[in-house]
Design a protein around this ligand. Sequence first.
Ligand code: ZN
Length: 258
Amino acid sequence: MNDQQLLRYGRHILLNEIGIEGQQRLLDARVLIVGLGGLGSPAALYLAASGVGQLTLCDHDTVDLSNLQRQIIHRTSTVNQPKVASAQAALHEINPEVECIALNVRADAAQLHELVRNVDVVLDCSDNFATRYAVNRVCLALRKPLVSGAAIQFDGQVAVFDFRKADESQRTVSPCYNCLFPEDSLAAELRCATTGVFSPLTGIIGTLQAAEALKLIIGIERGLSGKLLTVNALDMNIMRSSLNKDPACSACGNSGLS
Ligand SMILES: [Zn+2]
């Protein structure tokens, strides 16, 4: 680290849990953020400010005026631009040291596999179940830690699935997203576009995702791994519960791929 970096990241380096070594891990790390909306915005801002070496941003959408109520990485001046280009410009302003790869695509399973293969941690900041299941399966197959987030109306949640740990028979120890919300369950999909979402809730959830991602990179084994944090922003009630691996899970269980 040079003098400028020691200065920029000084308040991290001062923390016993991070120090020079932890900050260097952040500088060397590569993170994939799927979705640059309400959750991806604050997550990307904090990861870039923290000095994560490489951020890959994946989103097929363009910035719409109705996004600006909560998607704080975008600007009125970037309406109609691809979200990843808008985000890339904002991140460069904050920290030009961060290599930012902007992919203006809706990644299919094959593309996701390629993207996830090349990173250390994945943040699922998408807004639909199809993407969440696809990201979960790829992270599981490649044993990459996944930080999953969702926010709708006044309710949000964060869960961390650290697929890096395996048991003696090479099965992942962690539960997966599909254990929590089985793909065949008939959970009705709620989308912000039709149901609304409280602006700062997306900031709370996306920021929690950034915090968990940083700790996964640094190697701090405390936090939400194998746990679900739910936030209700009306009562401001925050609850943490342990997740169990479902032996019958179609993604990670006995009948699954891993
Ligand atoms: Zn599972």
